[in-house]
Design a protein around this ligand. Sequence first.
Ligand code: 5AD
Ligand code: SF4
Length: 467
Amino acid sequence: MNDVIELPVIGRVEEDELQRRLQEKKPGQKGVWIQTLGCQMNEHDSEIILGMLSQMGYVEVATPVEADLILYNTCSVRENPERRVYGQLHMLRQLKERNPDLIIGICGCMVQQKAELERIRQSLEHVDLVFGTHNIHRLPELLHKVRVTGERVIEVWHEEGDVVEGLPVQREGKLKAYVTIIYGCNEFCTYCIVPYVRGKERSRAMEQILAECRSLGEQGYKEIMLLGQNVNAYGNDLPGGENFARLLDEVNQVPGIERIRFTSPHPKHFTDDVVEVMARAEKVCEHVHLPVQAGSDRTLRRMGRRYTREQYLRLVEKMRAAIPDLAITTDIIVGFPGETDEDFMETIRLVEEVEFDGAFMFIYSPRIGTPATRLKEQVPEDVKRDRIYHLIEVQNRISRKKNEEWVGRTVEVLVEGVSHKDPSKLSGRSRQNKLVVFAGGQELIGKTVDVRVVEAQTWSLSGELVG
Ligand code: 5AD
Ligand code: SF4
């Protein structure tokens, strides 16, 4: 999850610097500055948005002052990123005053909520363009309308349409690619806004997915991340008996692709045939992100997760027995309404028992319209905070321990580039999705190499190139 956005330059750029930058832009070229919050689904939507904008002559720029179009692709899963978007959009008023031709747009999950849409309409009158998650493909037409009429255009669909294929994509990297396999979610976990803003489950046709994967293989992509809010519900809504296990098997045949990952599966849908394909298909990586959310049966039931602690633990056991060196990561929410100290300690005990390689840990955030907001016994903020600190401390210790188990072993690393932390080194991911940092020449970028792990940190491994 990428909740952090920064608006570094607003208010600090001098007027003459702004004028200089605006004059520098090549004639006919337009700049877009896009901010993406939330999950990989949103990141991929932004890649599609940039694909469409690129066909309209837009190039991505590094700062909002250089932009002719500023777009916020928003997230509603928790309150914090929403608050930030409002804060930033209010600040953009100044920029719009200085550059009246600037178009400001907002899209993504936030605008799918009727109350937020109304708030945007009322309080952000300098926002020119609003579109939702179901009509991204309409962007070129909507943007054209704003440009021609100079008027504000708001178009949000509250019903999902058919899956739209064939949209252009401007991918962020050249090695790893996102491929959506299923849109929406039918689970309606009681805390979660996603089913309301992303609609019901709609699987893409398997042939379409495979055609995209083959094309990625031909373009030199090495790794595919199959995406869906509930990725292993793939095929349930299709007539032909397609399912997630079969899809994994098929993607495993795609030439050029070396690694396959997926996110996020629901434990309840994790059938034995998927475990079996993961064990057998050599390109499917030894990593699963398996959101548990809570460790107490009482909380799981109230969350509407439809599995018990025991069932989750048995699934983990089964996967570990079938897939050697499997890394398991998870999502956990603390402070769900009615969570007692004892319930929370059950979560801690589950975390200790499973020993996750890593976890995204969240404080429960009430989302208007979801059933959990109506539950009595909301947990006080200070209790939630104490619990998250406690959980983070336990998990960090475990993450480090799990990483230490790799010291002395050799891992296969897909080299992604120069390390952000230490530009004299390279970095990449092991099949277990561990970040590995090591010394090597830049010609290795894009290659798969063997690295012997020398040292473990909480969030990464350091090693030496082998051979
Ligand atoms: N509050 C806190 N965390 C949430 N998530 C989803 N909804 C909420 C909420 N209302 C978390 C879940 C999910 C992840 C993507 O976000 O852990 O798996
Ligand atoms: Fe939200 Fe539950 Fe669906 Fe995940 S499975 S997107 S948590 S409703």
